[in-house]
Write a protein that binds this ligand. Structure first.
Ligand code: ADP
Ligand code: ZN
Length: 215
């Protein structure tokens, strides 16, 4: 399947993407994971992106398009892909459309995961992430703690609070989302690709996607 997962930070895009991957082997492409990997590895890309990310600002469209142009042409995308955290602005969506026309691929659907803001805020404040960039497993101190406090169940690395998951940065990320990313729903509505799923449970969201795609 070739999908875009839209939704606020903390809406559950990553969790839903991981579950969909298991269905047909489509790859999850998370620009946030790619950028955090680059920051940790200290690459040029990481150095450019880090300041924006820690403040909760978007990194410039040109950096993101450079990443995605390469990523979408890798072999593993042929089976399908789940875009998680991209596109995030109208210019990114326009550039993605041009890029897909150029490389001859088309989207099946754009899923807008709609979760109330108070739920989102609470989730992000209690979210923890495995610091191993190859893992980046997600936990929640309230709803999904690791078996051993502070240690990742999957890889044994430390679980940390992300630098952009302080209350100030979270508030800023949500404002940025409303201003820059929420308009993408209208963009994809016009393209005839939008499917909005309201719900705080990833089971419900995954089931709605399977139904819409007749899987
Ligand atoms: P979340 O969806 O939980 O906010 P992500 O892991 O998707 O987190 O993104 C973390 C940060 O990486 C964003 O706040 C932003 O700085 C940057 N980022 C990720 N994807 C994009 C994108 N498509 N365009 C611009 N910045 C991005
Ligand atoms: Zn881990």
């Amino acid at each position: 399947m070739k999908l875009i997962l839209l939704g606020a930070p903390g809406a559950g895009k990553g969790t839903v993407a991981k579950r969909l991957t298991a269905i047909d082997g489509s790859v999850q492409i998370s620009t946030g994971d790619i950028l955090r990997g680059a920051v940790q590895a200290g690459t040029e890309l990481g150095k450019e992106a880090e300041g924006y990310m820690n403040r909760g600002d978007l990194v410039p469209d040109s950096l993101i398009m450079g990443i995605m142009e390469q990523r979408l042409q890798m072999d593993d995308c042929k089976t399908g892909f789940l875009l998680d955290g991209f596109p995030r602005t109208i210019p990114q969506a326009e550039a993605l459309k041009t890029l897909m026309n150029k490389i001859g691929i088309s989207l099946d659907m754009v899923v807008n995961i709609d979760v109330p803001r108070d739920v989102i805020f609470d989730r992000l404040c209690t979210r923890r992430t495995c610091e191993n960039t190859k893992c980046q497993a997600i936990y929640n101190v309230k709803s999904m703690p690791s078996k051993v406090e502070g240690i990742c169940d999957k890889c044994g690395s430390n679980i940390v609070q992300r630098a952009d998951e302080t209350e100030v940065a979270i508030g800023h990320r949500l404002d940025t989302y409303n201003e820059k990313t929420a308009p993408l729903a209208g963009f994809y509505e016009k393209e005839g690709l939008l499917k909005t799923v309201t719900g705080t449970s990833s089971d419900v969201v995954v089931a709605a996607i399977e139904k819409a795609l007749s899987l």
